[in-house]
Design a protein around this ligand. Sequence first.
Ligand code: GRF
Length: 205
Amino acid sequence: MKTAVLASGGGTNLQSLIDHWQKGTLAPAELAVVGANVAAAQALERAAKAGIPTFVLAHKSFASREDFDRALAAELRGRGIELVVLAGFMRVLTPAFLGAFPQRVLNIHPALLPSFPGTHAQQQAFDYGVKVTGCTVHFVDAGTDTGPIIGQIAVPVLDSDDEESLRLRILAEEHRLLPAVVRAVAAGRVTVAGRRVCIAGGPLV
Ligand code: GRF
């Protein structure tokens, strides 16, 4: 399944997908392209190093969110993309994009949704004082981090934590969860009925 990864930043989740792809453990997903909305995204360098084609579509050069989303969908459609993974992509996508990839857009979020949606989720969890947080991969809908949940991994919040140590503990689990979900979706193991997502063939991780 031809897969695109969209990112805006450092791209450690992209790197985890690349590592699995290179080992053959992402199949039947194939990393076909990496796109960014900012040219400085380090994710682009990681992709280039792995020989994956890249593109930059600067949201600032579009008059509206919908115009950007239509151009992004056209770019991916033109490349034959069937599955889209948001890995630190800092744009909220509208139906202008999502309509082109129904139930084929995944997002990774660094909290146990529906707790702590939006930005700085790790800090939100830390400041709230929860004892358990984690990461979530979900299908993307038109809300912010509201789509049907495919997989989650929990991590403890330790008394000795600061925001950075917590962020890193969550990130290590993100790097396990995202490839597992991508593989399962590409293999057709994931079905959605309303908000309920079922995964055939045993646990994700
Ligand atoms: C991750 O924490 C992810 O959950 C969130 O953005 C961050 C991206 O990190 N959506 P990276 O660019 O993959 O290192």
